[in-house]
Every structure is written in structure tokens, then in C-alpha cells.
Design a protein. Structure first.
Length: 560
């Protein structure tokens, strides 16, 4: 059933939420519900199952968290958790857990996030002490179920958050096993950014006559369609940092998010851009919530202008003054591209989406164009002459603003005294030079090679989609390295098991993982070179389908 129950709802009080939740929302500075909250909260409070399609930044965490908390008795811990929220990554588990804690503080609700990479002993102790809400990644939830430390008999609600992402990461069977172990009279909530057939099949099997809501990007009035200028620059990997800096110099964004694939890439690029004179801040899953809040405060106050982030860390962020979104790598899925550029060009405001593509990724741009039915213009990387012209243009604008608005009378004596010795034009030229030099922009004299668009074998070899098909006898793709794992078909290992293990235990997403090869005794998995050490360390601390595996780079692997 499709519901529209938001008419007349202008505040959280209109939704009938209990006073403890209203006090918490007021303390957090929330003034009125977002559209998805207005649509989702009433049917959930009535006990209906719900399927929601929601884009990034719509406020869906509160949309399912508040109704779950509304049902909490607050009179002490039960024999087991009353609600289970399944999420694809540990970063999202922490984020959702913190949201539940913030909203339910006045109710004394106990919330525990459980995910891979965290000591399981601590999680067991927390679960045994008693908990109302568990936020878990599917693999770790199954692990606790097998140990008997996560009883599901008393569950009243199950939430599948980012369901499409969980399926992409190979968690479909895990999710079904968990749902089959929950009470039949539970309330089930499913949120997904896309409604693919697999999502619909899952909803049809486990949800009962669910309410359905769909929230895409922010709605705009007729004639105010999102104005997003989409462009791309084809550049070699070695020149990408310099190319990005030069493009940003030309664009001069008020505020921008630059999306990277890995934590290491975020850290390295942040350092590079700060060295170029930008005020850049890093954001990824290895950072605390306190750091995240501090970074967002700097961006919103204007003391920082660039946010360098991974996809997962940037989920749920809504920055009003955002003017530019930059893909430092071509997203491997069109959905990811659409979600990212949806952050700009809202409500008639102009926005810019920029993508840096390596030569092998050029065909991936075409795939995104076909999927989105939107044109991405391939531009030439700005030259040194372009950069100088742009800087002079910005200097002229600053001087013009000063002439029109500032009180310059106190400087007249300096100009008049210099004019007695030099031509007034020479005095002005020296002033312009000082103004330009004081901008702090790095001097960039090296030309970046322009790369012709290629359509031959290099384009055919571009990795599209998830790239997880088994591939034998070839070396790893450019920028990737292969990891050896001492488990294979004899141990019941499937590609989705390896994808889930890597994505669940590290900062990578399923889309970052390359080709997978599984033999009887071992497996090979392609991951970005920059993230290889992190993945090795993470997998050494965990198990794959309950088995401890040796993990190392392929060069040490036995011959096949």
C-alpha cells in the first residue's frame, strides 16, 4: 500500500511522539521533520511494515529510529533486544547507533553496535548486560547468533538500512538467515536507495503488506529543475593530484566534497590540497564522531572549503552552501554517481559535478551517461596559461570589490608619495602583483599532458560494474593488487563471502573490490593498492565463514 499521511504535519509534536523524544530532538536543534520523516513515522507508529526508497541526506535514520524508540517501555532490559538494525558497514553501524543513543537518551535506552574489526569479547559483555537496540553488520550478527549471545526471540522490529548496498556486498543469504530466525509477528522496515528486482523480491518475501514511500532528491518547483553542470577530465593517475588542484583553482568553489575510494587516498589528497593553499578537511570511517562533528562545523562556518571523504563517511551529510562535488575516481556504479551529484543543484541553485577519469575509465563515463541519460562533457585539463588568467581574473574581482566597498583614504598618502617617483600605472601594477601573490595559491609551472580520448582495447579493459567476476591467468588491474587467502572452494567459499568479508572488515565498499579467483585450496582478491595493508590487517583479525585464513599479497602465494 502507498501512503501519503504528511498533510498537516509541520512539527515533530504533530507526529504524536512521546515527550522524551521531543525533548531530545529539541536539544539536538531539530525544528521540523523532513519529508521522509513525515511520510514514514505515522505508518511505522501504527505498526505497519514499510519499504522506503530514499536518497542520501533525506533523514531516514530518524524516520525509522523514532518509531522504534516510541515503542520502548523504558522499564528495564528485557530478555533480549527489542530491535535489530542491519547495516552494510561498520561506519554506518556506529553512525546509526549514535543516532539511536542521541534520540533515546531520555528513555534510558541501551544501544550496542556490533561489527567486524571490534573485539568480540567487548560485544559479548555488552550484549549480556542487556540491550534494547542492536545495530549490526550481517556477518557479525550471524557470528553472535551462532555463539548464542544475540537472542532474537523478543524482537519487535527489524530494520534493513541501505539494503541495496548489503546485497551488493554479498549479504543476501546472511540477511535471509537472520530474518528467518526472528519472530513472525515482528515489524520489518526496509530502506534502499534503489528498488532493483532483488530488493523487491526480498521485500515481497519478508514484509507483510508494507506501506511504501519514495523520496528521491529534494523536490523543486516547476521551472527550477536542478542545475548541475557535469564535466570530466581524462588524466593519468600520476597527474591526478595536480589536475585536481588546477581544476579547483579554476572553479574556485565556495564549498566542495571530493569523493575518494579509500582512507589512505583521503589522507594523502587532503595533505596535498592543504599544501596547495586550500583549507581541506578529511573525513573517513577511521575518525571519531567528535572529529566528524568538528569537521562539519568548520565546513558550515566557512573556515574550511573542501571536504575530502569516502562515500560511507559522507552519507547523511547535507551542506547547504555546497557548490561542487568532485569524483576523484569514476564511480563504478551509476547509482553512486547519481547520489553524489544530487547533493548540489537543489532548489534552483546552480551546482557543479566534476569527475577525474583515468584513460582506462573513459568507457565507464559513457556507461554512466547511458544510465543517467545525462551528458558529461569531457574537458581539457586547464593549462598553466589558463591558470594564470583565472588567478588574474580573481585578483581583479577582489580589487574591484575593495575599490567599491572599502575605505581606502588612509592609503592615499602612500600612493601619492610613490607617484612622485614612479608612473601611477607602475604603482598600480606593483599593487596588483602583491594582491595576486598574497592569495596563497601555489605556483604551478608544469604542464599536465593532455590525453586523447581512447575507444580501443584500453576502453574495453575498463572495469565496469562491480568487477567481481572470476578471472584467471591475468595480472591485477592498474592500481590494484591481489591478495592471497588460504581458503577456497573446499571450505565452501563463494565470491560473495570474500566481498562481504573485505567490505565488512575494512573501509572498502563492495564496488572497490576487483576480480576474484577461487581455487579448491585458496582464493585471490583484487583490492586497491593503497588499501592492501589495511585489508590484510583487518582480515587477519577476523574469520571468513567461521574459518581463520592466512592473508598476504599474491607474490607469496603458491603456484596454481
Amino acid at each position: 500500500m502507498t501512503l501519503n499521511v504528511s498533510d498537516g504535519v509541520t512539527s515533530f509534536a504533530d507526529l504524536g511522539l512521546r515527550s522524551e523524544l521531543l525533548d531530545a530532538l529539541s536539544g539536538l536543534g531539530y525544528e521540523e521533520p523532513t519529508p521522509i520523516q513525515r511520510e514514514a513515522i505515522p505508518p511505522l507508529m501504527q505498526g505497519s511494515d514499510l519499504v522506503g526508497q530514499a536518497a542520501t541526506g533525506t533523514g531516514k535514520t530518524a524516520a525509522f529510529a523514532l518509531p522504534v524508540l516510541q515503542q520502548m517501555s523504558g522499564d528495564g532490559r528485557g530478555a533480549g533486544p527489542a530491535a535489530l538494525v542491519l547495516v552494510p558497514t561498520r561506519e554506518l553501524a556506529v553512525q546509526v547507533s549514535q543516532a539511536f543513543h542521541s534520540y533515546g537518551r531520555g528513555l534510558g535506552v541501551q544501544v550496542v553496535p556490533i561489527y567486524g574489526g571490534q573485539p568480540i569479547g567487548w560485544q559479548i559483555k555488552a550484549l549480556k548486560r542487556g540491550v534494547d537496540v542492536v545495530v549490526a553488520t550481517p556477518g557479525r550478527a550471524l557470528d553472535h547468533m551462532g555463539r548464542g549471545t544475540l537472542p532474537l526471540d523478543h524482537l519487535k522490529a527489524v530494520v534493513l538500512d541501505e539494503a541495496d548496498e548489503m546485497l551488493d556486498m554479498g549479504f543476501a543469504e546472511d540477511i535471509e538467515e537472520i530474518l528467518q530466525a526472528t519472530p513472525e509477528d515482528r515489524q520489518t522496515v526496509l530502506f534502499s536507495a534503489t528498488m532493483r528486482p532483488r530488493i523487491e523480491k526480498l521485500a515481497g518475501r519478508y514484509l507483510r503488506d508494507p506501506a511504501r514511500i519514495q523520496m528521491g532528491r529534494e523536490a523543486v518547483a516547476a521551472g527550477e529543475a536542478p542545475l548541475v553542470r557535469q564535466s570530466a577530465y581524462v588524466v593519468s593517475r600520476a597527474h591526478k593530484p595536480a589536475a585536481l588542484g588546477r581544476v579547483l583553482d579554476i572553479e574556485a568553489p565556495t564549498a566542495a566534497i571530493v569523493f575518494c575510494r579509500t582512507r589512505d587516498e583521503v589522507d594523502q589528497l587532503t595533505e596535498t590540497l592543504n599544501g596547495r593553499g586550500y583549507r581541506a578537511e578529511a573525513l573517513h570511517g577511521g575518525m571519531s564522531q567528535e572529529h566528524r562533528d568538528r569537521v562539519m562545523g568548520r565546513l558550515r562556518s566557512g573556515t574550511a572549503e573542501l571536504l575530502i571523504a569516502t562515500d560511507v563517511a559522507a552519507r547523511g551529510l547535507d551542506i547547504e552552501q555546497l557548490t561542487h562535488v568532485v569524483n576523484y575516481n569514476v564511480p563504478s556504479a551509476s547509482d553512486s554517481y547519481v547520489h553524489r551529484i544530487g547533493r548540489v543543484g537543489r532548489a534552483g541553485r546552480e551546482g557543479v559535478a566534476i569527475t577525474l577519469a583515468e584513460p582506462r575509465e573513459h568507457r565507464m563515463l559513457k556507461a554512466i551517461e547511458r544510465a543517467t541519460k545525462q551528458r558529461i562533457t569531457v574537458e581539457k585539463v586547464p593549462t598553466v596559461a589558463d591558470l594564470r588568467a583565472r588567478r588574474l581574473e580573481l585578483t581583479r574581482a577582489v580589487l574591484q570589490e575593495s575599490i567599491l566597498e572599502d575605505d581606502l583614504e588612509q592609503f592615499r598618502v602612500v600612493v601619492e608619495s610613490l607617484a612622485e617617483e614612479f608612473d601611477v600605472v607602475e604603482v598600480a601594477l606593483a599593487a596588483v602583483k602583491l594582491a595576486s601573490d598574497s592569495s596563497g595559491a601555489a605556483t604551478d609551472e608544469e604542464e599536465i599532458p593532455q590525453i586523447a580520448q581512447k575507444t580501443g582495447r584500453e576502453g574495453r579493459d575498463a572495469r565496469q560494474g562491480t568487477g567481481r567476476q572470476e578471472r584467471r591467468g591475468r595480472g591485477p588491474s592498474q592500481g590494484m593488487t591481489r591478495l592471497f587467502l588460504s581458503v577456497g572452494r573446499n571450505a565452501g567459499i563463494r565470491p560473495q563471502d570474500l566481498v562481504g568479508a573485505v567490505a565488512n572488515e575494512s573501509s572498502l565498499t563492495g564496488r572497490d573490490i576487483g576480480a576474484i579467483e577461487i581455487t579448491d585450496r585458496f582464493s585471490l582478491v583484487e583490492v586497491p593498492e593503497s588499501a592492501a595493508d589495511e585489508v590484510i590487517a583487518a582480515l587477519k583479525r577476523s574469520t571468513i565463514k567461521g574459518k581463520k585464513a592466512t592473508v598476504r599479497r599474491e607474490r607469496d602465494a603458491p603456484k596454481r
